[in-house]
Design a binder for this molecule. Structure first.
Ligand SMILES: Cc1cc2nc3c(=O)[nH]c(=O)nc-3n(C[C@H](O)[C@H](O)[C@H](O)COP(=O)(O)OP(=O)(O)OC[C@H]3O[C@@H](n4cnc5c(N)ncnc54)[C@H](O)[C@@H]3O)c2cc1C
Length: 1024
């Protein structure tokens, strides 16, 4: 079988056209669908009257309300908080949100019921005038906060157990085997987050194995499909289940899944691989195809997978599975779902600047796709055994009608959902088979799953959320997706721009690459291979290459590999460059801002067109991994477009000021003169281009001095800017070492300096500028930071670990925004530190050009030696939680994690993959903030907490430039997260922010006496 590689983003309109024509059934059959659906909706509405139903409660506190969101966050967080003080703060934080007290139907509220259940207050005692807040306050007064805390914890458990069949597989099997349970088939699911560490993966593997055995023992004698099964998440079985790690996944994950599948096959169970994120679909199909081909599975018809109808590749996926089944002479069980990660998919596509969304953007398109998939799967029987998973009565009725009976397929529902619907269906259609997806696990592991269910129950796009609302007429629920879509040109959500159009008409979002799309990745790699070449970087003065001493540039990943040559300028040549820039200033400054911006926009497009070349050079010269390279290139593109757009606004207009009549007062911005741009090696393209583009956009001429380590990328960027229309007279390049930088700074023609680098060098520049007798010129400095991440006990450990590992180790820690110090509340520290260490151990170090590499080298031998000396010192003085191993060849430094006793022990910025952790006590939170403030830096700060008040408090308390809440703390996006720090971290204004360009210009006010010629004609002509 050839691998599953269909079109990643088929056109919504084309699909809609086909489905709009083919979906409707003849009127009599559509009428039967109506009748059937009405019965089920009636049952749903009839069932929901009773007090205490979780579904009803979620409807009451819909997620579109602040109360609903507060409850969701409370539910998600409370059970994992070990210490009472933090739990109380979380409760207070959430109860303070929204207006619980003002809602109309308070008596149904969760908190009333919850408190009632947990405190033993009879629901009957709660009057309609009672509000959850009121009750809680009353209870707090009477019983104290500890009791309320216990009550809420209990309430959240109740809510959790609504969706979980049992805390252990034995419990779950017992419940499934009860009289009520016997109505249904079961597929058991082991709750938990995806594996972050090898240990996690082993634990899940053991849990799946044990469960298969237990399910097998209780499975009875009926043949498939009427046998129980298990649902397996591939992300739980491998810590790097990602497309770029394909080889590793195939080598390590496939055998694990094969072992589990064999165990399920021996017991004749249904074994379903859950569907996860879209970028993993190709990879999961590769795994599935490989496992399915195992000879030992030959006589087993229980192997299966889930397919998501919201994915635009759903139909090709079905066809592929059918072909695979045919090629193996077997039947596969296929669960059709709509898909659980819609919001995540949309966000990801926007963030990554993908060409399109991999999922539909209108709900009725997902419904149409579902119906199209139903028809395809029914037609592919018996090669496929369809399993239609939905809680939507209209969808169920459509399936029933299209199947023309109850044979050869089953429905599926989630435990705790769809009871009324399926009970009603089973009452009327005795032959129908329904399987329940039954999560099993302890409460702590249920949280992520619970949030998905809460979203599903509470989102107003969801059928279950509206079906039980008596205010919504049944006719609305019966509206067919084809009616809702209407026309092919309405297949897309009108309010959801394409990822490229995220910033509206002002500028295009930089294009990214989906590594999960093998064709995109292969295309990119081919471009990189094709465009790899040796580069020579001389100085460029007035567009002409300068002479000087030439030296080779070696790759930091392999110092024996020469990747280019640089010809560094002499001190005299540096002076010549300054003179040339001074001469070139006037003409560029007089070029209209729009024309200057147009050159930058052309440069952005050229950069995107030549991405292969630049990515190759970034890897070769700066050791950038593919992922880092793509991000950096996108950032450079964004800088060019953003500053172009800003310059048109700020420098392309003259502002008329208010004032007395007979006078025109105009203010405008213009360039300062020669701007000196001194950039670092860690972002040789993005920061270099950012500084230069800002200075140029404002009308300055520029002398750019790139870092000594990375002149090749800089030279190519300058060539590209020249090609795009920036005159050679306006932009000059002077490669060289620190002495050249110092000479340039001291030059009398300097009208401004943009510098990114160490605090030490920034001081030196500042001193030189101050010592000059001449105009006082601005210095825009971005320097380093001792960046911290604060993690309290409400944070989700897996999220923390993802973000900490990415923030500390990505780019081998060589980002000024990188995480240096993680401060973890001691109640949860052991687990979080251990998981961070386990996740760090899964990172691959190596050739940055290899897409599976997570960490490239550090920049040079000096950096490597400094880091190694620092690590050696820490090994003596701190507790080592993780010490990785680095490749012997090249300037690699392995990731390390050390625990310090106090934040004050970290006194300098360590520019590499070294993460320090400290523990703090909840009651000493302020002392922690004081310690962080004492470092004097203020660049980036991460906060992981579910307590909004904590995040707000920290942000108010510390003047840190960029604060990231519940996410990673690197990769600030131009125009979205303006970047730059305070204190020792920089002067501002922020790069990529609305105030940046102003600093590059001077203001000019022109006041004209319009009455000078003898009178104020305009005033005289003004009528009353
Ligand atoms: C037994 C079972 C197993 C499951 N296994 C998986 C699995 O392996 N992987 C997985 O991802 N999910 C899985 N799910 C979850 C499933 O995806 C959701 O329950 C399902 O999407 C809800 O669909 P519905 O027909 O019940 O509800 P509906 O309300 O009709 O549909 C809601 C769905 O529509 C889609 N949607 C919402 N808004 C939009 C929009 N603007 N544009 C496009 N689409 C939109 C989303 O998929 C959303 O979930 C499973 C569900 C069940 C019942």
């Amino acid at each position: 079988m050839t691998p599953f590689r269909p079109d990643y983003y088929p056109d919504d309109g084309v699909l809609a056209r086909a489905w709009l024509a083919s979906t409707p059934l003849p009127p009599d059959r559509e009428a039967r669908v109506d009748t059937e659906a009405r019965q089920m909706i009636g049952a749903i509405r009839g069932r929901s009257g009773g007090i205490g139903g979780v579904e009803q409660l979620l409807r009451e506190y819909s997620l579109t309300t602040p109360e609903g969101l507060a409850l969701m966050v409370l539910a998600e967080g409370l059970l994992r908080v070990p210490d009472d003080a933090t739990a109380d703060r979380l409760i207070e934080d959430k109860l303070g949100q929204g207006g619980f007290a003002t809602r109309a139907h308070q008596s149904d509220a969760l908190l009333v019921n919850a408190s009632a259940w947990a405190l033993g207050i009879s629901a009957r005692l709660i009057g309609p005038q009672d509000t959850p807040e009121g009750i809680l306050r009353g209870v707090v007064r009477r019983l104290g906060l500890p009791t309320v805390r216990g009550a809420l914890r209990q309430a959240m458990r109740v809510m959790g157990s609504h969706f979980v069949l049992g805390q252990s597989i034995e419990d779950a099997l017992a419940r499934a085997g009860s009289r009520a349970g016997r109505l249904y088939r079961y597929s058991f699911d082991m709750l938990g987050e995806g594996a972050r560490t090898a240990e996690d993966a082993e634990r899940y593997f053991a849990s799946y194995s044990d469960s298969i055995e237990a399910i097998g023992r209780a499975a009875g004698n009926k043949p498939l499909p009427d046998r129980p099964g298990i649902s397996v998440k591939l992300s739980a079985l491998h810590p790097r289940y990602e497309a770029v790690s394909r080889d590793r996944v195939m080598a390590e994950l496939v055998p694990r899944v094969r072992t589990l599948a064999r165990a399920a096959a021996i017991r004749g169970l249904n074994f379903t691989i859950d569907a996860e994120e879209a970028d993993r679909l190709e990879l999961s199909m590769d795994v599935i195809a490989d496992v399915a081909a195992d000879r030992q599975l030959a006589d087993w018809d229980g192997f299966g997978l889930a397919i998501q109808a919201y994915g635009k590749r759903a139909l090709p996926a079905i066809d592929y599975v059918a072909e695979l089944a045919a090629s193996l002479g077997r039947r596969f069980m296929v669960r059709l779902v709509k898909g659980a990660y819609w919001d995540t998919e949309v966000k990801r596509a926007q963030e990554r600047g993908l060409p399109d969304y991999p999922v539909f953007t209108r709900k009725p398109m997902t419904d149409l796709s579902y119906v199209a998939c139903v028809e395809r799967m029914l037609a592919l029987r018996p090669r496929l055994y369809p399993q239609f998973a939905t809680h939507n009565a209209l969808t169920v009725a459509s399936v029933l009608e299209r199947a023309g009976g109850t044979d050869g397929y089953e429905f599926q529902r989630l435990h705790g959902m769809g009871d009324a619907l399926y009970d009603s269906l089973l009452e009327r259609h005795t032959g129908v088979a329904v399987r329940t997806y039954a999560p099993v696990g302890i409460h702590k592991d249920l949280l992520a799953y619970l949030v998905r269910r809460l979203l599903e129950n509470g989102a107003n796009s969801s059928f279950v959320s509206v079906a039980a609302d008596p205010n919504v007429p049944v006719e609305v629920l019966l509206e067919r997706p084809e009616q809702r879509v209407g026309r092919p040109d309405r297949a897309r959500h009108s309010g959801l721009p394409m990822p490229a159009d995220l910033f509206g008409s002002a500028r295009k979002n930089a294009a990214g690459v989906e590594f999960g799309h093998a064709a995109s990745l292969a295309g990119l790699l081919a471009e990189i291979r094709r465009d790899t070449m040796l580069v020579h970087a001389p100085g460029l003065i007035n567009g002409v290459a300068s002479t000087g001493i030439t030296r080779d540039i070696a790759s930091p990943a392999d110092p024996a590999r020469i990747v280019g040559r640089v010809t560094e300028v002499s001190l005299q040549t540096a002076d010549i460059a300054m003179a040339a820039a001074a001469a070139g200033f006037r003409s560029w400054n007089e070029t209209p801002a729009g024309a200057r911006a147009a050159a930058l926009e052309r440069a952005a497009s050229l950069l995107e067109q030549r991405r292969g070349f630049f990515l190759s050079l970034l890897a070769a010269e700066a050791g950038k991994t593919l992922d880092d390279g793509v991000s950096e290139l996108r950032e450079a593109v964004d800088f060019l477009r953003y500053y172009a757009a800003e310059a048109k606004k700020l420098y392309g207009h003259t502002e008329t000021m208010p004032g007395p009549t007979g006078e025109l007062n105009q203010r405008r911005l213009r360039g300062r003169g020669v701007f000196l741009c001194i950039s670092p090696w860690n972002f040789p393209l993005a920061i270099f281009v950012g500084q230069v583009a800002a200075a140029l956009a404002a009308g300055n001429s520029v002398v750019a001095k790139p870092a000594e380590q990375t002149p090749l990328v800089a030279c190519e960027a300058v060539r590209l800017l020249h090609e795009a229309g920036v005159p050679g007279e306006a932009l000059h390049l002077v490669p060289g070492a620190g002495d050249i930088g110092a000479r340039l700074v001291a030059h009398p023609s300097v009208a401004g300096v943009a510098f990114t680098g160490s605090t030490e060098t920034a001081w030196a520049i500042n001193r030189t500028l101050a010592a000059k007798r001449g105009p006082i010129v601005p210095l825009i400095a971005e320097t380093g930071g001792i960046n911290a991440m604060i993690v309290d006990a409400t944070a989700l450990p897996e999220q923390v670990v993802d973000d900490a590992v990415m923030s500390a180790f990505r780019s081998a820690g060589q980002r000024c925004s990188a995480l240096r110090l993680m401060a973890v509340q001691d109640d949860v520290a052991d687990r979080i530190i251990a998981m961070t260490a386990g996740a760090a151990a899964e990172l691959k170090l190596g050739d940055p050009a290899d897409p599976s590499t997570h960490l490239g080298p550090v920049i040079d031998a000096e950096s490597q030696q400094r880091l190694e000396a620092h690590i050696a010192r820490l090994k003596q003085s701190a507790r080592t939680h993780y010490a990785g191993t680095a490749p012997a060849r090249g300037y690699f430094v392995a990731p390390h994690i050390f625990e310090l006793n106090a934040p004050g022990e970290l006194t300098e910025e360590i520019f590499g993959p070294v993460l320090n952790v400290v523990r703090y006590r909840a009651e000493k939170f302020d002392a922690l903030l004081e310690d962080l403030e004492k470092t004097g830096y203020g660049l980036t700060l991460g906060i992981h907490t579910r307590i909004d008040a904590t995040a707000a408090y920290v942000a108010d308390r510390l003047p840190t430039g960029n604060i990231y809440v519940n996410r990673n703390m690197i990769g600030a996006v131009v125009g979205v997260q303006p970047f730059g720090g305070s204190g020792l971290s920089g002067t501002g204004p922020k790069a990529g922010g609305p105030d940046y360009l102003r600093r590059f210009g001077i203001e000019q006010t022109i006041s004209t006496n319009t009455a000078a010629a003898g009178g104020n004609a305009t005033l005289l002509a003004t009528e009353e």
